[in-house]
Structure formats: structure tokens, C-alpha cells
Design a protein around this ligand. Structure first.
Ligand code: G3P
Ligand code: CA
Length: 229
């Protein structure tokens, strides 16, 4: 079972910053989960929200700024210190050559960034880190595009609501990875998914009790803000 740090080691460091990713590696996580959006000039940047308001000193949509413009703001999540918004390339440079995974969530459920799937895929391939990547998205079309680009890609369908309906959608495709909110998962559902050879990633696992329950039930990936042993 792999343990991934949700938005980096976000229990202790500002989410989706290079510091949060590096600290996750140092803490002993097997990898990180992160969220990718496109800037006005087509750069792949790592941030959870479509807007920069919550996590930075700026305001407005990521898509309305160039990378250079975004670099004027402090992404310290309104705490202390100075943190640039990271690019996907910077994170991939950090993991290259390390035994460390990245779950790249394509944030396309609200804004469908034109060509983001191809851009992310080609960067991953060009950097030669494809064996270290789990792709995922709440937007089924993005998950399917990633799988269509290369059948070897790990492509997980994220589920936050309507578990049964979305699970059925997944079963109608050739996808074989599901990323449900942790509390959708019980023994019956996990056994069912396993009998269909579907890999399971649970998020965002909130405490040690849930971590142990899901580990014992045999999920493949646990995504959490905090590090559990
Ligand atoms: O990928 C798991 C989790 O990150 C999905 O929810 O809203 O934190 O991106 P969210
Ligand atoms: Ca995410």
C-alpha cells in the first residue's frame, strides 16, 4: 500500500508548495497528491482552487494570469514565509531519480482547460518519469483522455458523491482505478472492486483509525494530509 501526502505534507506546510512536497519526501511518504491547472500562457501550475484567493495574497482565476504574474503573489496560505506557486515541471524535476510517486489530479471538473491532458502527459513523458505517475480526475472525460493517450497510464476516476452511479460509469469503461472519498469504502465495496481488478485509492483519510481500517481492507493507496504509521 502506498501512502501519498495530500497536496504535499499539508498538515504541516502550506498546501501545494515545493516545501510541502519536499517535506513529504523527507517524512517518508511514498509520494504526493497535487492538483494541476493551466495559466493564461498555458503553464501547468500546482494549486487546488480555480482561484488564487484562498491560498495566496492575490485574487482572481489562475487562468487569467500568466505564470510570471502569478509569481508576484505569496502562496503561503495566509501564514508565514514566502512560497511561489510551483509548476508541474518543478515537482517532476524533484521526483526524477527518486523512489517517489506523484498523483497528478487534473482539475478539469469546473474549468475544462483546453489540451491540459496532452500537455501534462507530454511533459511527464519528456521528463521520463511516467512510471512515477498516477493520474486522476473528477471529470471522466479527462480520465479517459489520459488512458487513450497511453493504455499503460494509471488513470483513476475521482468520486466525491453519487458513488454507485459513478462506479457504474467506471465499470462501463476500460478504466481500472477508482479514487473515492474514504467514507464510501466498506468491505463489500472493496471486495467487489477487487473482483473486477480495479485499483483503489482512498482520500482524504482523516485519522489513524480510518487509516488502519482501510489498510486492513486492502486499499492500494491512502491519500492523507497527515502521516500515519
Ligand atoms: O485526489 C484526492 C483529493 O485531492 C480530491 O479532492 O478537493 O482535495 O482535490 P480535492
Ligand atoms: Ca486533489
Amino acid at each position: 500500500m502506498k501512502k501519498l501526502a495530500h497536496r504535499g505534507y499539508s498538515a504541516k506546510y502550506p498546501e501545494n508548495t515545493m516545501v510541502a512536497f519536499i517535506k513529504a519526501y523527507e517524512q517518508g511518504f511514498d509520494g504526493v497528491e497535487t492538483d494541476v491547472h493551466l495559466t493564461k500562457d498555458g503553464e501547468m501550475v500546482l494549486i487546488h482552487d480555480e482561484k488564487i484567493n484562498r491560498t495566496s495574497t492575490g485574487e482572481g482565476y489562475v487562468k487569467d494570469y500568466t505564470l510570471e504574474e502569478l509569481r508576484q503573489f505569496n502562496f503561503n496560505h495566509k501564514t508565514y514565509g514566502y512560497y511561489d506557486i510551483p509548476t508541474l515541471r518543478e515537482l517532476l524535476e524533484f521526483i526524477k531519480g527518486k523512489d517517489f510517486m506523484v498523483n497528478i489530479e487534473l482539475k478539469t471538473d469546473v474549468i475544462q482547460y483546453d489540451g491540459i491532458e496532452e500537455k501534462v502527459y507530454h511533459l511527464v513523458q519528456d521528463m521520463g518519469v511516467e512510471k512515477q505517475i498516477y493520474y486522476s480526475s473528477f471529470y471522466l472525460s479527462s480520465v479517459q483522455k489520459i488512458k487513450a493517450l497511453d493504455k499503460h497510464n494509471y488513470a483513476g476516476y475521482l468520486i466525491e458523491y453519487s458513488y454507485k452511479k459513478k462506479c457504474n460509469e467506471l465499470l462501463e469503461t476500460d478504466l481500472n482505478a477508482i479514487h473515492p472519498r474514504y467514507n464510501f469504502l466498506n468491505e463489500t465495496r472493496i471486495q467487489f472492486l477487487k473482483s473486477h481488478h480495479i485499483q483503489i485509492a482512498a482520500w482524504t483519510v482523516p485519522n489513524l483509525k480510518e487509516y488502519q481500517r482501510l489498510k486492513n481492507l486492502g486499499v492500494d493507496i491512502i491519500i492523507s494530509n497527515e502521516y500515519f504509521k
